[in-house]
Design a protein. Structure first.
Length: 73
């Protein structure tokens, strides 16, 4: 828990792009380093898809069955 709390802290998220070429998970953190600027530029025009997890979970047994049939599992 302490590690996750630290990794999601404002301090750690502020340096994620400069240290690890990552993007912050927090909406209230906007790094100002060159890596973040490049990543922001690369993301222009990208649509982020969010799955409907309730729908996916309700269909999971069928997905698993079809996967097993397709792969011979």
């Amino acid at each position: 828990k302490k590690l996750i709390d630290f990794l999601l802290s404002k301090e750690a998220q502020s340096s994620i792009s400069s240290v690890a070429l990552g993007m912050p998970a927090r909406k209230d953190v906007k790094p100002d380093d060159a890596n973040f600027a490049k990543a922001q530029e690369a993301m222009k025009g990208v649509t982020i898809w969010s799955p409907n997890w309730d729908d996916a979970l309700s269909k999971l047994p069928d997905y698993v069955k079809r996967w097993n049939e397709a792969t011979g599992s």
